[in-house]
Write a protein that binds this ligand. Structure first.
Ligand code: URA
Length: 489
């Protein structure tokens, strides 16, 4: 046993932990399950928290069976040679997932000491909770499962880390079994020195361009990879390519009617002339085009998301591009968030000026003369100020959510005075929207610097192209029946 400093170990199986600062009522939590494994283990496997079936070591129940019999052999490892532990050493009430403060309280106290002591060659983080303890950019398991990287864990390290899906996942979601297997096989490859990652062959050489007018060159016998961006219920742009490393963006937003007509004629021509059309999530794309009166012949359409589904791979474009082509991509949120928030701030500053103070004329009871009118700040100012302040203090604050909630909040749960204030705010909010003529700007590419928007949009078409040429081969051989599916009939 690698750990001899655990206060609860001295109290034996079934002991409860005295260390946890997050726990309010210890009797609500399960007993403590200590880690298991040799003190000189090279590989540490970290799970979430013990389940109902664990008594004296982690992973003794169904998830443990999967780990021991199915996944560890793929990593060419045996349980006796690895160290197995959990982020949280006991299970929160009702078998729920530990929350952030529980994870921090437990892991900061125990797991960091375990890692310090063992100084392992590789830390395998199994599942979302375990993967949440790395510092820096959060792990996205869809993209990152079975991918090696070097990083710190709760401020310690750096360690060599490999996140994988949790071994219990396959018990509930059988189409993730391949992905779990892939992660553990990569653990084995990394330990054997045979692990490698695809590289982005066009990194730095991408050609992403705006097509302002006219038409581009088309190769009718090559597939066309096409994608669109819609915002505020309108088509913002569409992008296409026929070559990896290339993306051509045709932007509609901000264009006049005639230009838009011309651009749509070109879109229809691209769709008609090319004998094969490849899209990511084609149902959504085709629906967006059809809503504009653009016809897409379904018989020519291939969907990279469906290919990924048939291959039991992660289906998002970002994980597909990252895992199979080495491409890094930004999400819509990452691209649009900051610029859109800047617009929100400008909007608030502008509209607050429109809000008149509430002025009440007062007359003296004694003399009947007018007194100085009382002036109160408009009640909407407090709401908008609050949003502005929260945006400054909390980078994760979502002004759109707050604004939506403000519309939906019912004036019932509070005191009568609070209800009155809420009603006034409602009135002034509608007044404001009428008078200013614009609502809070939504999140959108329209607020983003054009070169960044172009890169983001073109990259989707480029990624669809590269993913297709990487995972789209030999599709006919895909319908295989796995041996254990067959036996399970
Ligand atoms: N058992 C454990 O010990 N940890 C888990 O994460 C799940 C089951």
């Amino acid at each position: 046993m690698a750990v001899d400093f655990w206060p609860y170990l001295t109290r034996g199986v079934g002991a409860r932990c005295s260390q946890c600062i997050a726990r309010l009522d210890p009797s609500q939590f399960s007993h403590v399950v200590p880690p298991a494994g040799p003190a000189d283990a090279e590989v540490v496997f970290v799970g979430e928290a013990p389940g109902g079936q664990e008594r004296d070591e982690p992973f003794q129940g169904n998830a443990g069976q999967e780990l021991d019999n199915h996944y560890l052999p793929l990593a060419k490892l045996e349980r006796s040679e690895v160290y197995i532990t959990n982020v949280c050493k006991c299970r929160p009430p009702s078998n729920r997932t530990p929350n952030v403060s529980e994870i921090n309280a437990c892991a900061q106290h125990f797991l960091v000491r375990e890692l310090d002591r063992l100084n392992p060659k590789l830390v395998v983080l199994m599942g979302g909770t375990a993967s949440s303890i790395v510092d820096g950019n959060p792990v996205d398991l869809e993209s990152d499962h079975g991918r090696h990287y070097r990083g710190t864990i709760l401020g310690r390290g750096p360690y060599d880390i490999m996140p994988t899906y949790h071994p219990a996942l396959g018990l509930h979601v059988s189409n993730r079994i391949d992905a779990i297997e892939e992660g553990f096989a990569n653990v084995g490859r990394w330990l054997a020195g045979t692990y490698s990652e695809p590289v982005d062959e066009w990194a730095g050489d991408e050609e992403y361009i705006y097509l302002e007018q006219g038409v581009g060159r088309l190769w009718p016998r090559k597939p066309v990879f096409i994608d669109s961006e819609s915002e505020y219920g309108e088509l913002y742009s569409w992008q296409y390519t026929q070559l990896p490393g290339v993306g051509i963006m045709v932007k509609e937003h901000g264009d006049s009617g005639d230009h838009i007509k011309e651009k749509r004629r070109y879109l229809q021509r691209v769709l008609n002339e090319c004998q094969s059309i490849v899209m990511q999530n084609a149902i959504v794309e085709v629906a967006a085009f059809r809503a504009l009166g653009i016809h897409v012949d379904w018989a020519k359409v291939t969907d990279t998301m469906q290919i990924a589904y048939r291959r039991a791979m992660s289906q998002g474009l970002k994980p597909l591009a990252r895992r199979h082509c080495g491409m890094s991509m930004q999400s819509y949120l990452e691209v649009t968030n900051q610029a859109s928030k800047r617009k929100v701030k400008e909007w608030i500053v502008e509209v607050v000026d429109h809000l008149p103070p509430l002025v009440t004329n007062r007359v003296s009871e004694k003399t009947g003369k007018y007194l100085k009118p009382s002036r109160k700040e408009n009640p909407m100012v407090a709401v908008l100020d609050g949003i502005l302040r929260s945006m400054h203090t909390n980078p994760k604050y979502d002004p759109w959510k707050r604004w939506r909630e403000h519309r939906e909040e019912l004036p019932t749960a509070a005191t009568p005075a609070a209800i009155e204030t809420k009603k006034k705010q409602w009135y002034w909010r509608e007044w404001l929207l009428d008078h200013v003529g614009s609502d809070m700007p939504q999140r959108g590419l329209r607020h983003v610097e054009p070169t960044i928007a172009k890169w983001y949009a073109c990259r989707d078409a480029d990624a669809t192209c590269r993913v297709y040429y990487t995972i789209g081969k030999d599709l006919d051989s895909l319908w295989k029946v796995r041996e254990y599916d067959w036996n399970a009939r």
